[in-house]
Unconditional design. Structure first.
Ligand SMILES: Cc1ncc(COP(=O)(O)O)c(C=O)c1O
Length: 433
């Protein structure tokens, strides 16, 4: 059974009724289940058993330090993409030797900070970056451990914005120049060549693209070995897809024909034989899989209305709080926090208050009629929800709450309205000015 479930007609996160949390912190707010987070971690970690491996949580999916810490305490590393995420991961308790620093545009300051911290590996994504890392680490009289991100030219058959391993992608180094990049890295001062990396995209529902990528990595590891470049690890990135359509059990399956995710069990079964053969440590960088279904965004209905034959439910959460539907046309299951009998069925557009037609959570979505002030939960919002939120339209960011059993705690206060002018010099002026 999922951790978001109805008891006596009221939606709970674990044993905490969402209405109670709403009264305590106000809406909109993000709520996360500790139990689900840990269950997801175990589902990822356990099948790998004693194989030399490291799972590095992709912090960008949800960068709340409490979430990072829960995973770090269970052995997770961190996949980070900025100096800010480096600070966050270290602060949340991820040891430097479990941190991977990815990203196409690391600044000199970020490279310096990563080398000084002694991260497990910098994932280098271009020839220029190799030279920069060599120069910076040499000047610090240190050796930077690096892996090289290679594009295996695999089509992950996902949304184009989250397909990253294609030939023309901005990420990584093209497959046909991979050996050249490793040769250069092996010749440079201040660098220890530690691994090879690829990340082909996100929300991938099939195993085949991962199998292709694993075969590519295994071939490359063997080719490099024949050139006396011995790698310590191969990193298959993240991208494990989840089922966004059925997080809360509501009876009938809304779309039985949809492709279902393969899950880490089947994924490992497909790729481990290929990569184990390469005889090196295996790294994975899941983000979404670990946190997405552990979180929901809870919002109140501000108004309902009819326009031109369409009906609308307008929430107090908007695309500034959760941008995935607007950005990727992503599907999130949306359910009432309180089930009420006798309400007529409808198919409203569920939208936010932002001045953009693209500010929506769902179009034409089956939903029993709701009234002003009632609560809806937008599920599957634990990944790329809060972390992609903004202050657009003068909206302070929502609070974040962590549930464990029947208890909940605020793990980030909702922002106050002064975030809108802090740092501008207007702080002291007050309303009269
Ligand atoms: C390099 C890298 N690793 C891991 C991830 C995590 O992907 P996901 O959340 O789909 O698992 C990303 C996502 O953008 C990424 O760019």
């Amino acid at each position: 059974m999922g951790v978001f479930q109805y008891r006596n007609g009221t939606l709970h996160c674990e044993s905490a009724p969402l209405g109670r949390i709403a009264r305590a912190v106000g809406t909109p707010f993000y709520v996360y289940s500790k139990k689900r987070l840990i269950a997801n971690w175990n589902a990822a970690e356990k099948p790998l058993g004693k194989k030399p491996h490291l799972i590095c949580y992709a912090v960008k999916a949800n960068a709340n330090p409490h979430i990072i810490r829960i995973l770090a305490e269970r052995g997770a590393g961190a996949d980070i993409v900025s100096g800010g995420e480096l600070r966050l991961a270290l602060m949340a308790g991820v040891p430097a030797e479990r941190i991977l620093f990815s990203g196409v545009g690391k600044t000199d300051a970020e490279i310096r900070a990563a080398v000084a911290a002694g991260v497990y590996s910098l994932t280098v994504e271009s020839f220029e970056e190799l030279s920069a890392v060599s120069r910076i680490a040499s000047a610090m009289r240190k050796k930077a451990r690096v892996s090289i991100r290679v594009n295996p030219r695999v089509n992950p058959r996902t949304h184009p914005y989250i397909a990253t391993g294609l030939r023309e992608s901005k990420f990584g180094i093209a497959a046909d120049r991979a050996v050249e990049a490793f040769r250069l890295a092996a010749s440079l001062r201040g660098i220890t060549v530690a691994g090879v990396h690829c990340h082909i995209g996100s929300q991938i529902l099939e195993t085949a693209p991962f199998t292709e990528a694993a075969e590519f990595l295994a071939r490359l590891v063997r080719e490099l070995r024949s050139l006396r470049i011995r790698l310590e690890f191969a990193d298959l990135g993240g991208g494990w897809g989840i089922d966004y359509q059925r997080i809360v059990e509501t009876g009938a399956d809304p779309n039985p024909e949809r492709p279902l995710p393969t899950g880490p069990g089947r994924l490992f079964k497909a790729v481990l034989p290929i990569l184990s053969d390469a005889g090196i440590r295996l790294l994975f960088e899941p983000g979404r899989f670990l946190v997405a279904d552990a979180g929901a965004l809870v919002a109140s209905v501000t108004f309902t209305k009819e326009n031109g034959g369409r009906s609308f439910v307008i929430l107090d959460a908007g695309m500034n709080d959760l941008i995935r539907p607007s950005l990727y046309d992503a599907y999130h299951q949306i359910v009432p926090v309180r089930l009420r009998s006798g309400r007529p069925a409808g198919r409203p557009d569920i939208v936010g208050p932002i001045c953009e037609s693209g500010d929506f959570f769902a179009h034409d979505r089956p939903l029993a009629a709701v009234k002003r002030g009632e609560l809806l939960a937008i599920t599957g919002a634990g990944a790329y929800g809060y972390s992609l939120s903004s202050n657009y339209n003068g909206r302070p960011r929502a609070a974040e709450v962590l549930v464990s059993g029947s208890r909940f705690k605020l793990i980030r206060r909702g922002e106050e309205v002064d975030v809108l002018w802090n740092g501008t010099g207007f702080e002291e002026k007050g309303l009269a000015n």
